[in-house]
Design a protein around this ligand. Structure first.
Ligand code: TXD
Length: 311
């Protein structure tokens, strides 16, 4: 029996998640959206791409959660996207209600699923899904670090004119301007970045990574990135569905790790059939630890706002 992935929100990211899932024949897809016709139309269009691209998966578009029953994974992409001049935090309360409502529906129809959250502000929305679902922390995961690391790797590969496959890069903590690209632990086939790129150039690449989302929002003017974010979420789903045990930076609930308690933060995790199977505690320098806690503090501020709203 093929696996089943539900994607909630059939907008830019949702539709592309469905396309990557189908192209990899990872699972049958159910695309859900509130707007009548959008998931049905995009679902049919993706289904009809199958004969051309050679994939045999079922793709259903719907406005009704009944079709999502017994999903293995649910990817939540629904919510408002940023407009130029808006910060991710400006989306907080609107997307909080959307994600909370969706999670309640999802849990009703797929009580054993694993939830991957994409909606912004990501860390706070992952915490919202965790609080609304009542699921164990292993089964609620936020997607940000895989995207931020992919941006870091793309810029490094471009600078050095090398294959992206040989670039290992780690980005920690919140999906915001305070994210921490860890130069010290990043390399090209084991060669430290600091041996390959001049300090000022490396600092510029770190800055561009931290500003990666805003750079694309500025270009697109009417929305935010969607190819890399959707590809990143599907890499996480693939590691879970195929029990690949990939070690990826994911937004997860920390309970003491890194000295942080009760907040969703982006750190390296092992993703397998049970979801988050291990959280890795990197040995960080004092400076890196300070940056990690500063970013986690920014996440906690947002989470405190939604906890008050949830009280
Ligand atoms: O790395 C990351 N996590 C981020 C995530 C990277 C880029 C974008 N990030 C965020 O993803 C972005 O800030 C938004 O919060 C979400 C989705 O972005 P997308 O670009 O896909 O937005 P769209 O194209 O506006 O699509 C959103 C869809 C749209 O079709 C709405 O009708 C639908 O969400 N929507 C809903 N569907 C179901 N249920 C409800 N309640 C609902 N509300 C809106």
């Amino acid at each position: 029996m093929r696996k089943k992935i539900t994607v909630v929100g059939a907008g830019n990211i949702g539709a592309n998640c469905a396309m990557w899932i189908a192209s990899k024949e990872l699972a049958d897809v159910v695309l859900v959206d509130v707007v009548e016709g959008i998931p049905q139309g995009k679902g049919l269009d993706l289904l009809q791409s199958g004969p051309v691209n050679g994939y045999d998966v079922r793709i259903t578009g719907t406005n009704d959660y009944a079709a999502t029953a017994d999903s293995d994974i649910v990817i939540i992409t629904a919510g408002l996207a940023r407009k130029p001049g808006m910060s991710r935090d400006d989306l907080l309360l609107t997307n909080y209600s959307i994600v909370k409502g969706i999670t309640t529906e999802v849990v009703k129809h797929s009580p054993d699923c694993i939830i991957i959250v994409i909606t912004n502000p990501l860390d706070a929305m992952a915490q919202t899904a965790y609080m609304a679902s009542g699921f164990p922390k292993q089964r609620v995961i936020g997607m940000a670090g895989v995207l931020d690391s992919a941006r870091f790797r793309a810029f490094i590969a471009e600078e050095l004119q090398v294959s992206v496959e040989n670039v290992t890069a780690v980005v920690l903590v919140g999906h915001g301007d305070t994210m921490v690209p860890l130069v010290r632990l990043s390399n090209v086939t084991g060669i430290p970045l600091t041996d390959l790129i001049a300090p000022e150039k490396l600092a510029a690449i770190v800055k561009r990574t931290q500003n990666g989302g805003a750079e694309i929002v500025k270009c697109l003017k009417t929305g935010s990135a969607y190819y890399a974010p959707s590809a990143a979420a599907v890499e996480m789903a693939e590691s879970i569905l195929k029990d690949k045990k990939k070690v990826l930076p994911c937004c997860v609930l920390l309970e003491g790790e890194y000295g942080i308690n009760g907040t969703f933060v982006g750190v390296p995790c092992k993703l397998g059939a049970k979801g988050v199977e291990k959280i890795y505690e990197l040995k960080l320098t004092a400076e890196e630890t300070a940056a990690l806690h500063k970013s986690a503090g920014a996440v906690k501020e947002l989470v405190d706002v939604i906890k008050k709203k949830n009280a």
